[in-house]
Write a protein that binds this ligand. Structure first.
Ligand SMILES: CCCCCCCC/C=C\CCCCCCCC(=O)N[C@@H](CCCCN)C(=O)O
Ligand SMILES: [Zn+2]
Ligand SMILES: [Zn+2]
Length: 476
């Protein structure tokens, strides 16, 4: 890629009029106002999902009427756009985003979560970071490009899933099957899942962009204990609740092994070494000697801890029907996020050994192995295009590193179509904003959203050319 001449298609500048800037933020607010909430795989707000389909037709009319764009509805509420490029020799790529959001009860919010209200330069609401910003940003950028008579050279797909928050079985999984049946193979995919991280790593002075090249796996495991029910006035020595509580306590108190090794996290830390002061910079630059120490340091902070091991989170616990009845059944859900160096089967075996009690039944509700590590070398088209676009749109960011995504995304359903899956949302994320995702007062600044649109607008054009060679850290 480095040595090829860059094809120089006329470049459309990423500058937007005042009128366009107002229209783009109003379009995002309108999207937030449609409560496309997923409660469970069988409980989706289908009225809102249908309304959302109408909404995007209304606000992005050029996308829907352009002759070289094919639009299809898949699985009733998901959307697939095929944007035909002029050069069929270039392998297509795909941009992903999701329509659905997690529930948001009104309590605690400064403004109602589905109001899309603007306060002090921020648009508030469920989905402003996860993930209507990406969805609206992709369609908005394409609309603006088309209005400027853009014709892509490289074909691309846009896949908008409607049930990502509840596993993506009817959305992403069906789109993936459809594309596979058509024989589509993709150069790469870009989805949500990673950011420009700011303030997450103690001792790191500057923000850095992390493009995740692997996604942790997951297991939702139900533990169940059945005992004989009875009167609480003469209780047995152990109850279903007591047995289960002890089991989940053992899981919580026994962390899965630290798997810090040679993967993307080590590469990222080495590239970040010079951003730390002494002695951390020394430890990170000499991993051959200090790896055991670095792996222990990573465990100290709950975010960096999530990067070095399979995490164990107790998320649900149910039992009991009345104050004076010993319950027959107790159930708990444990949510594991599997480190890329482990598998579902290995984690289940470890969990069984930790619980070490045959009275506790294991039921796997759903599970995914971690995704394979996508390439991030000089020849990795998707990674290098992201890197190039980050350096253009966020020139203040000096470092782009490959990483591991600790959350689960729809991209896991597309492993059959590509070996290059890259997770990056072109936004700054601070720990306080991370807490708003699935939490309260989720919000995006108008300026950040405009930058997101600019990023995608440039990215789509960059994908028509060979990426510019990017200097490595030591060359900067
Ligand atoms: C070195 C810095 C590392 C920083 C790590 C910070 C962690 C924050 C990373 C991303 C947070 C924002 C994530 C936005 C996307 C969220 C995707 C999501 O919610 N996925 C769900 C899917 C559920 C699937 C069905 N159960 C999830 O993971 O639970
Ligand atoms: Zn999401
Ligand atoms: Zn989410």
């Amino acid at each position: 890629l480095r040595d090829k001449a860059h094809q120089s298609a006329p470049r459309i500048p990423s500058q937007f009029s005042q009128e366009e800037r107002v229209a783009m933020k109003e379009a995002l607010k309108g999207a937030i106002q449609i409560p496309t909430v997923s409660f469970s795989p069988k409980e989706l707000n289908t009225t809102a999902l249908a309304e959302f389909g109408e909404y995007i037709r209304k606000v992005f009319p050029t996308v829907f009427k352009t002759s070289f764009i094919r639009h299809e509805v898949v699985g009733e509420y998901s959307h697939l756009f095929t944007v035909h490029g002029s050069d069929p020799s270039l392998q297509p790529y795909m941009l992903l985003a999701h329509i659905d959001v997690v529930p948001a009860p009104d309590e605690g919010w400064d403004v109602p979560p589905f109001s899309g209200l603007e306060r002090d330069g921020f648009i508030y609401g469920r989905g402003t970071i996860d993930n209507k910003n990406s969805l609206m940003g992709i369609l908005q950028s394409l609309e603006l490009l088309l209005i400027r008579n853009y014709i892509p050279r490289r074909s691309f797909f846009i896949a908008l899933g409607h049930d990502e928050e509840v596993m993506g079985v009817n959305g992403a999984q069906k789109i993936s099957a459809l594309l596979q049946a058509r024989g589509v193979q993709l150069a790469f995919i870009v989805d949500e899942g990673s950011f420009i991280f700011d303030g997450f790593i103690p001792g790191l002075k500057n923000p850095f962009a992390m493009v995740s090249v692997s996604e942790k796996g997951l297991i939702n495991l139900m533990l169940q204990v059945n005992t004989t029910p009875g009167h609480s006035s003469a209780p047995p020595k152990e109850t279903s609740i007591g047995i289960l509580a002890a089991a989940v306590n053992r899981l919580e108190q026994t962390p899965m092994p630290n798997m810090f090794g040679d993967g993307p996290t080590k590469m990222a830390l080495q590239e970040l070494a010079n951003e730390f002061s002494f002695p951390t910079n020394l430890f990170l630059s000499n991993m051959w000697l200090f790896r055991p120490l670095v792996s222990r340091l990573m465990e100290r902070n709950f975010v960096t801890n999530a990067l070095v091991r399979t995490t164990t989170a107790l998320t649900m616990f149910n039992s009991g029907i009345k104050v004076n009845v010993i319950p027959a059944v107790a159930q708990a859900i444990v949510n594991f996020r599997i480190h890329p160096a482990q598998t579902v089967q290995e984690v289940l075996k470890l969990a069984k050994d930790i619980v070490a009690d045959d009275r506790v039944q294991f039921h796997v509700l759903n599970a995914f192995d971690p995704s394979p590590i996508s390439p991030s070398d000089d020849q990795a088209l998707g990674y290098q295009l992201l890197r190039q676009t980050i350096q253009s749109v966020f020139p203040e960011i000096n470092i782009v590193v490959p990483g591991t995504c600790v959350v689960s995304t729809d991209s896991k359903h597309y492993l059959n179509l590509t070996t290059g899956i890259y997770l990056f949302n072109p936004l700054y994320l601070q720990p306080q904003s991370f807490r708003t995702v699935h939490g309260i007062n989720e919000r995006i600044s108008v300026q950040a959203y405009e930058r997101q649109v600019k990023f995608i607008f440039e990215f789509i054009q960059n994908a028509d050319t060979d990426p510019k060679p990017v200097p490595h850290l030591h060359e900067l």
